[in-house]
Design a protein around this ligand. Sequence first.
Ligand SMILES: Cc1ncc(COP(=O)(O)O)c(C=O)c1O
Length: 393
Amino acid sequence: MSERPDFEPSTLAIHTNRAYEYQSNSILFPIHLTATYIHESVGVTKGYGYSRGANPTVNALEQAISALEGTEHALCFRSGMGAISTLCLALLKAGDHVILSEVIYGGTVRLFQQVLKNFAIEFDFVDTAKPEAVEKAIKPNTRLIFIETPANPTLRLSDVKALAEIAHSHENILLAVDNTFLTPLLQNVLELGADISMLSTTKYIDGHNATIGGSLATHNEEITERLRFIRKVLGTIASPMDSWLTLQGIKTLPARLAIHCQHAQQVAEWLEAHPRVERVYYPGLDSFPQKALAEKQQKGFGGMLAFELKASTEESLKFINSLKLCTCAESLGSVETLITNPATASHCDIPLEIREKLGVTDRLIRLSVGLESPKDLIKDFEQAFTVVFGSAR
Ligand SMILES: Cc1ncc(COP(=O)(O)O)c(C=O)c1O
């Protein structure tokens, strides 16, 4: 990679891949839809051999993501789960132990409980918001602490710096952070001391619901090469087409995030003041118990929030079904406002008693606040309240 200019992240998001297309000078980096690359003579290539190993368009996205992460090393994957699976298979072996945030994306729970368990990987779900609980959970065979902060869906926060210090005070323990909810622009976990930053690029990085993808970034060259090797072995590399689409999305990420944060704050405050709303989870609210930690490690409160109505599960689901502008769909981080019921979607495989303990109740509603006018979102909530309860308030 040529030397990265000393620009602000919003500039790097647009201009990381400037030196590229020599045939036409097209302003956009081309999509290299190719399986293989011509050898100039036997064994002599221009650095690309086969697209399961590397591809120029995927590499262009990797350069953009590494610029935002503030590192030289980022790799892109076919999905966020492809990134997490590759990470686990690259760093762990039978008999190793992993500490996971107890509030975490349901797919990560599935990976450990229904797949990695069969390969003798040990794991414990811990309240990683409490550093002392993490310290206590460490075993002689612990190799990885994998946290999500803010966590999906209750926004529970973990102190990245404190956990990095704990991990590094032991030999051979790495800290990986799923930073999907904020992206490195709102929370740079590598700067905070984590060894690996993981993103589902499906969400804010793409931002338009056009692709499924994931990334891993680290300052550690040895880990990068191990991840690159396992990605090639497993075939979990991102596709050129998806990488190209994601490259277009990433250019507007700084602008989109600023609006997501602003709109989410407005909607969270409105919901909190509404008489039919029991509680709102949003780090930008004074009522959020970990607001101080959010202010310490985040550069913004993000676009995600969750809430519960003063209502039964049936009424809560009817409220979701009555919305006309907010779209009921899995995923988050896109220009469209998306609303889900985690208990029946992302966290459906987690038993009720565990979900309730974590705050992921049957009636919890998760909202990914998009770029529509908050006025229109609020009007939509008011008409849904009217359908369910007979009045807007
Ligand atoms: C926090 C978080 N991490 C990881 C993933 C998995 O990403 P993907 O759907 O791109 O595989 C998701 C998906 O919803 C997520 O919300």
